[in-house]
Design a protein around this ligand. Structure first.
Ligand code: NAD
Ligand code: DAU
Length: 341
């Protein structure tokens, strides 16, 4: 097991995105002595407004930069105890339209970080990955687990699978102290409103229709983002080096059911549903068996889907300025206002 220093310095990549920013909130609030460097390129998905309460915090440093920049990455990796790697191109639909950035960031960027971790004397490395690397399940198949063979089917999931293979290769070849987590669909605060749940909520508040791909019967296994952050926290502190942990929400739901539940929560009717053309190569079902992380590390989800969805809808109702600035594009000016005065 990795010896955890009592005060850790973490390099978080992609910390201005949805899960990365929730993880920074979690770490800074849970561990008063930990320090964070957040390396983020601020692509369209990065939003520093997610982290504005930490701007003047001495334990938190933001660096705008690309994980493919070898010199910058080497310098930052040499300063920390552990790399927790979230940065990625993450949206399946964008990978169908143009996959180049996915290969660059997800594969080459991960390789750049691994190489820097190796050259810095084998730094501890946690890689945040997805259940999509396992492919698509039929209705009666058992959920994905750590022994499910890889079968990625979109350019996004193929690029994440490539990054997972590189991480394992650095463990086996160079003895790099790595762990990997493959998680199911997250939802919660700061979720970028191109993804299903925040798109439904914000469209309905704006009295716009909800686009449902195909018949809407595709199934995802939803996990409240703070439960995912707790799982990563446990893995970086107690996880066994070289191991993979599957993380899931025990909450399989068809998309149409999610849409109807949110319609009810926001007192709207089904005339707001609009069936549109299906996603190309649309994966039918994802589900995760998280017995390994439960039995070995004592993690399981704490927030039920009903509680998590209510918290999320409430968060979006109370944080209209946040998502309106994202939808209008205004948020991209925040960095210029805060960091380049
Ligand atoms: P996101 O798209 O919200 O955020 C990605 C972040 O990475 C952004 O801040 C972006 O600016 C940054 N980034 C992109 N390219 C970069 C580059 N070249 N250099 C530096 N920074 C760069 O993503 P997310 O939903 O928060 O997902 C985070 C990670 O978790 C990803 O690796 C994703 O594959 C994985 N994951 C996501 C989910 C989910 O449901 N969202 C589930 C399982 C796993
Ligand atoms: O499973 C983990 C993955 O979950 C992560 O690795 C990805 O980064 C994350 O984006 C997410 O991928 P999905 O493709 O499952 O999420 P998305 O929110 O894009 O879509 C969820 C489901 O809803 C999917 O079946 C497609 C459908 N959908 C999506 C959108 C945006 C719609 O029907 N209409 C829509 O407008």
């Amino acid at each position: 097991m990795f010896h955890v220093p009592c005060s850790m310095k973490l390099l978080i990549t992609g910390g201005a995105g949805f899960i990365g920013s929730n993880f920074i909130h979690h770490i800074l609030k849970t561990y008063p002595d930990y320090e964070i460097i957040n390396l983020d390129a601020l692509t369209y998905a990065g939003n520093l407004e997610n982290l504005k309460e930490f701007e003047s915090e001495a334990r938190y440093t933001f660096i705008k930069g690309d994980i493919c920049n070898k010199e910058l990455v080497a310098e930052l990796v040499s300063k920390v105890d552990i790399v927790v790697h979230f940065a990625a191109e993450s949206h399946v639909d964008r990978s169908i339209l143009d996959s180049e950035a996915f290969v660059r960031t997800n594969v080459i960027g991960t390789h750049t970080l691994l190489e820097a971790a190796r050259q810095a004397g084998n730094k501890r490395f946690h890689h945040v990955s997805t259940d999509e690397v396992f492919g698509s399940l039929g209705a009666d198949e058992p959920p994905f687990s750590e022994i499910t063979p890889y079968d990625p089917r979109s350019p996004y999931s193929a690029s994440k699978a490539g990054s997972d293979h590189l991480v394992r290769a650095y463990f086996h070849t160079h003895g790099l102290p790595v762990t990997i987590s493959n998680c199911s669909n997250n939802y919660g605060p700061y979720h970028f409103p191109e993804k299903l749940i925040p798109l439904i909520i914000t469209n309905l508040i704006e009295a716009k229709k909800i686009p449902i791909y195909g018949d809407g019967m595709q199934v995802r296994d939803w996990l409240y983002v703070q439960d995912h952050c707790r799982a990563i926290d446990i893995i970086i502190h107690k996880g066994k080096i070289g191991e993979t942990y599957c993380i899931g929400g025990n909450s399989e739901k068809p998309n149409l059911e999610i849409a109807k539940t949110i319609l009810d929560l926001l007192h709207k009717d089904e005339s707001m549903l609009e069936h549109v053309e299906d996603r190309k190569g649309h994966d039918k079902r994802y589900a995760i068996n998280f017995a390994k992380i439960k039995n070995e590390l004592g993690w399981e989800p704490q927030v039920t889907f009903e509680e998590g969805l209510l918290k999320t809808v409430t968060w979006f109702l109370e944080n209209e300025a946040w998502w309106k600035s994202v939808k209008s594009g205004e948020y991209e000016k925040y960095y210029l206002k805060q960091y380049q005065k």
